[in-house]
Design a protein around this ligand. Structure first.
Ligand SMILES: Cc1ncc(C[n+]2csc(CCOP(=O)(O)OP(=O)(O)O)c2C)c(N)n1
Ligand SMILES: CC(=O)[C@@H](O)[C@H](O)COP(=O)(O)O
Ligand SMILES: [Mg+2]
Length: 624
């Protein structure tokens, strides 16, 4: 058990000899056990240097070794669900030294990525896709007559999403030869919640698991027969939790639960299962953060690790700016204290959405629905039908999972649901899979929606309350991280829906800012003596504010951290077109491509969405 993050690279002679998985498959069992310790130690070191996802990878060190030892990777396909646990996989598949570039500009992606390595068989980041993808690969092998195996590795949290069960049911129906490894550490990012989590939790205390844990090697060596016999006979004995029932009823051959850190048992069990006909499900029990004391004791806190900061001298107190999620969390508590009808929903992101304080103060009005974004939206619709006022706190990228529900269950029925959309825009190190690049585009086209785009912390609080008080479907979007340090105040005030605010009066050029690039836009407006308007709302647009600029300005510039296609600038363009108002319009935002991971400021700078870039784009347009 390690208690410290190693500051210097540990000695890992066996790991250093592994350049590909064929090197790993040449090792004997004793060496594999040594490799597990070296791999865990190196993982502590590398993530300590770079930051990134942490606890999940520590929990699958043995599983990763067993998979690459028993399966002919990369020919056999291994699909990691979410992929945040795939750092050991990357270390063993030729990227050990490159780990020091993890999540940095031009460096390794934080998730498996097909363009990064042939071992990364499927790009992930959003959860619960692994079973469907692995089934597709197994089905393709069958149709092409290839003898290729496919494995999905999915956590207990990811297993709570509907699409995981859609795939399980279909794989059982087509009887694919595939393996699903359920990595059950009884954790999501927070504690896992819901009926499925309770079902798994019974396993942890069940007689079966305790017996297996104590005598796993003896019991498991002839696992299919022994287990099947034990299960069938004991299943009817009272008090026996048969953890496999759920999956067996779906059509999987279930084996487990197994100690996922007992490498010899893991290897012998998986070897027995590897070539069995039909869909197999191996249920392993692991510990998130395994092998690192602080992470084992605090798996939530160590889900992800920020870079180990240089020790700050006492004279340099770190100035802590409030994050947008904290502004939301405080507003939620203040508004809930005033309005008993307020209830709040999160799909498994209570920490990241800033809801811990609300959950503590209003436990009866707080609902973590697990990784179930579709359900989160429809649940809110049901609550709103009964005149409660639900607030759905959800990352922009994950709201994409609940898009049909937002239209079909909320907007068409014009229900009073407020969407607090966090991680809108570019999110930095998580890269393209997590970018909140499209919500203005995908929401703006939906009738009945109103959409607010606050420009700083104070505006976020103001527009959250304004959207909440609006009687109908309303969305407020704000970015990952901290703002400019503007105090959000403590009042619960509102502003008129669809009303912009003029920040600066100028001439010739008018900049229409939609969101948190206001400071950058103000720099440029000052340098150009341009007009600057904080638009506040994408829908409805403040048409009067736009039309007042015609005739006194020669160029309108829209700025947003959203796809240009269909975004706020498009709304302005459509309006001017519909009104037959001729004026040059420059739309700045995210181009039609994916932005790779890098710090948010670097991403914005590369896209010309910093002050210099915005100024250069305007100069170029004016010179034309
Ligand atoms: C669709 C979707 N919703 C939410 C998330 C955020 N998220 C990342 S990891 C995680 C928890 C996953 O739990 P589990 O599958 O049990 O993996 P563990 O971290 O326990 O290894 C969540 C909710 C996501 N990646 N995708
Ligand atoms: C892997 C995953 O999807 C989450 O851990 C996500 O990376 C969290 O993002 P934030 O760090 O922005 O909360
Ligand atoms: Mg888990």
């Amino acid at each position: 058990m390690y208690e410290e993050i190693p500051q210097n690279r540990p000695s890992t002679p066996l790991l250093d000899s592994i350049e590909s998985t064929s090197d790993l498959r040449a090792l004997d069992e004793r060496q594999l056990i040594i490799l597990a310790d070296e791999l865990r130690h190196y993982l502590l070191y590398s993530v300590g240097q770079t930051g990134g996802h942490f606890g999940a990878g520590l929990g699958v060190v043995e599983l990763t070794i067993a998979l690459h030892f028993l399966y002919d990777t990369p020919y056999d396909r291994v699909v990691w669900d979410v992929g945040h646990q795939a750092y050991p996989h990357k270390i063993l598949t030729g990227r050990r030294d490159a780990m020091l570039s993890m999540r940095q500009e031009g460096g390794l992606s934080g998730f498996p990525k097909r363009s990064e390595s042939e071992y990364d068989t499927f790009g992930v980041g959003h959860s619960s896709t692994s079973i469907g993808a692995a089934q597709g690969m197994a089905m393709a092998a069958r149709l092409k007559g290839e003898c290729r195996r496919a494995v999905a590795v999915i956590g207990d949290g990811a297993m709570t999403a509907g699409m995981a069960f859609e795939a399980l049911a279909h794989a059982a129906h087509t009887k694919e030869n595939m393996m699903v490894v359920l990595n059950d550490n009884n954790m999501s990012i927070s504690k896992n919640v819901g009926g499925l989590a309770n079902y798994f939790a019974k396993v942890w205390s069940s007689k079966t698991y305790i017996a297996l844990r104590e005598g796993s090697r003896k019991v498991l060596s002839k696992i299919p027969q022994a287990w099947e016999l034990a299960r069938k006979t004991e299943e009817h004995v009272k008090g026996m939790i048969s953890p496999g029932t759920l999956f067996e009823e779906l059509g999987f051959n279930y084996v487990g639960p197994l100690d996922g850190h007992d490498l010899p048992s893991l290897i012998s069990t998986m070897r027995n299962m590897r070539d069995l006909e039909g869909p197999q499900l191996l249920h392993i029990i692991t510990k998130k953060g395994k092998g690192f004391g602080p992470a084992e004791r605090d798996p939530i806190g160590y889900h992800a690790l920020t870079k180990i900061e240089p020790k700050r001298t006492l004279s340099e107190p770190k100035v802590k700016k409030l994050k947008f999620q904290d502004i939301f969390g405080q507003w939620l508590c203040d508004s809930a204290a005033q309005d008993q009808k307020l209830v709040a929903i999160t799909p498994a992101m209570s920490e990241g959405s800033g809801m811990l304080k609300f959950a503590d103060q209003f436990p009866d009005r707080f609902f973590d629905v697990a990784i179930a974004e579709q359900h989160a939206v429809t649940l809110a619709a049901g609550l709103a039908c009964e005149s409660l006022k639900p607030v759905v706190a959800i990352y922009s990228t994950f709201l994409q999972r609940g898009y049909d529900q937002l239209i079909h269950d909320v907007a068409i029925q014009d229900l009073d649901v407020t969407f607090a959309i966090d991680r809108a825009g570019l999110v930095g190190e998580d890269g393209a899979t997590h970018a909140g690049a499209y919500d203005l585009s995908y929401l703006r086209c939906i009738p009945n929606m109103v959409i607010a785009v606050p420009s700083d912390e104070a505006e976020t609080r103001l527009l959250l309350e304004s959207a909440y008080q609006y009687q109908g479907p309303a969305a407020v979007r704000y970015p990952r991280g901290a703002g400019t340090g503007v105090s959000p105040g403590e009042q619960l005030e509102i502003v008129p829906v669809g009303r912009a605010r003029t920040v600066r009066e100028g001439s010739d050029v008018a900049i229409l800012c939609f969101g948190t690039l206001l400071a950058e836009c103000l720099d440029v407006a000052n340098s150009l003596n341009a007009t600057l308007i904080d638009m506040r709302w994408v829908k409805p647009l403040d048409a009067a504010a736009i039309e007042a600029l015609i005739g006194t300005h020669e160029l309108l510039v829209t700025v947003e951290v959203n796809a240009i296609a269909g975004g706020a600038g498009s709304a302005v363009s459509e309006h001017l077109n519909q009104q037959g108002m001729p004026i040059d319009l420059l739309q700045l935002g995210l181009p039609d491509r994916y932005e790779d991971h890098a710090p948010q400021a670097v991403q914005l700078q590369k896209l010309g969405l910093d002050s210099q870039g915005i100024r250069a784009a305007i100069d170029a347009r004016l010179k034309r």
